[in-house]
Write a protein that binds this ligand. Structure first.
Ligand code: ATP
Length: 369
């Protein structure tokens, strides 16, 4: 079975005056049929250009793009039309027609494809039911919430039953709860309709919630690629680590470490929580075996593809020998970060004002004792 999207050494350069920008730089990528594939990167990394190359809205400066087994590089506009018809697209700003009703927007691609009225109406009704907006058919886009607008966008993108859906920052304009609803709908599009989805995002939380695999882009290149859990649990590139830190929020920053050490008499230590290692049961067994008391003082665990990932920070109380022995054992199973023993405020070089200035996020996850 061939891949749904195959990029072979694809480069795209833009020239403006004397300056040439290499927006996509020698990217080779395979996106399998039926998967949800994420492309993540900071602004300017080349994500949108990559999507426009997949959608044949741009042609590569060099390299080859193959969609659903067909090479699209070098085709004329006319030859590209049937390929584009098999690709759906949803956008950050929804791009709905304000002068048409919800039903009119969803029907639009079917009109362009010259579907007869009766078939068109039946298809629109089916699509609106799928996205949960049957009761909004006669309303106009400006009467809808952001999440509802994106549902209309999804229904419209699916109208002609594409095998591939490209979602470019599709949830970036939505609040977290609405984002979750739209991501759940995209998951249904994938599992119930079998549509392959490419998700472009600058938010690692979107990728971790939805995607099977992810490619990380930086300066036009794919710098890291793999299944989401592996990338999250052992990122190789600094840019990937920065993205993951924004999604997990599980490790205490220097201010929080300082306050924890001032407040607790034991040693403060973070243990990574991975699939199969560092789980609650495993940790309590190890604490018991080493005669160490461990109380959680900070942490966060996220579920990625039904596997746990994150870390827990403990105050460890026991003899120095016992705690050291525990840490030796734990290092064999997971990553361990030691922050040291108790601090009295007079030991510190950071003044109280700085310590108090920890962010709200820090305060929220810190466990008060
Ligand atoms: N039509 C164009 N003409 C000139 N330069 C362009 C063009 N399109 C993109 N670029 C440049 O290519 C680089 C990659 O842009 P691209 O929009 O693909 O990045 P991105 O990762 O999608 O960022 P963003 O999330 O901000 O859209 C940027 O330096 C951008 O300025």
């Amino acid at each position: 079975m061939s891949a749904m999207v195959c990029l072979q050494h694809v480069t795209k350069e833009f020239t403006a005056g004397k300056q040439t920008v290499r927006a996509v730089d020698d990217v080779s990528l395979e996106i399998e049929r039926g998967e949800i594939f994420g492309v993540i990167g900071y602004s300017g990394a080349g994500k949108s250009t990559l999507v426009r190359l997949i959608n044949a809205l741009e042609s590569p400066t060099s390299g080859t793009v193959v969609i659903d087994g067909e090479t699209i590089t070098g085709r004329t506009e006319r030859q590209l039309r049937p390929v584009r018809a098999r690709i759906g697209f949803i956008f950050q700003q929804f791009n709905l027609l304000g002068s048409r009703t919800v039903a009119g927007n969803v029907a639009y691609p079917l009109r362009v494809a010259r579907w007869p009225k009766e078939r068109r109406e039946a298809r629109v009704a089916e699509l609106l039911e799928f996205v949960g907006l049957s009761d909004k058919a006669r309303q106009y886009p400006d009467q809808l919430s952001g999440g509802q607008k994106q549902r209309v966008g999804i229904a419209r993108a699916l109208a002609t039953s594409p095998g591939l859906l490209l979602a470019d920052e599709a949830t970036s304009a939505l609040d977290p709860e609405t984002t979750r609803d739209v991501l759940d709908l995209l998951r249904r599009v994938n599992t119930e309709l079998g549509v392959t989805i490419v998700v472009i995002s600058h938010e690692m939380s979107v990728v971790s919630y939805l995607c099977d695999r992810v490619a990380v882009m930086e300066a036009g290149k794919v710098v890291e690629e793999g299944d989401v859990y592996t990338i999250f649990s052992s990122p190789q590139q600094p840019v990937t680590r920065r993205f993951i830190a924004t999604a997990l929020h599980d490790r205490p920053g220097p201010d929080v470490v300082q306050r924890l050490r001032e407040r607790h008499r034991g040693r403060i230590v973070t243990f990574g929580v991975r699939d199969g290692h560092g789980s609650g049961t495993f940790l309590s067994e190890q604490f018991r075996a080493h005669r160490v008391d461990g109380s959680i003082v900070y942490g966060g665990i996220t579920d990625i593809g039904a596997k746990p990932l994150g870390s827990l920070t403990f105050e460890l109380v026991g003899t120095e020998v016992d705690v050291d022995a525990l840490l030796v054992t734990m290092r064999e199973h997971t990553d361990v970060v030691e922050y040291g023993g108790p601090l009295t405020p007079t030991d510190t070089t950071v003044d109280e004002a700085t310590a108090d200035a920890a962010t709200d996020d820090d305060a929220r996850v810190e466990v008060a004792r």
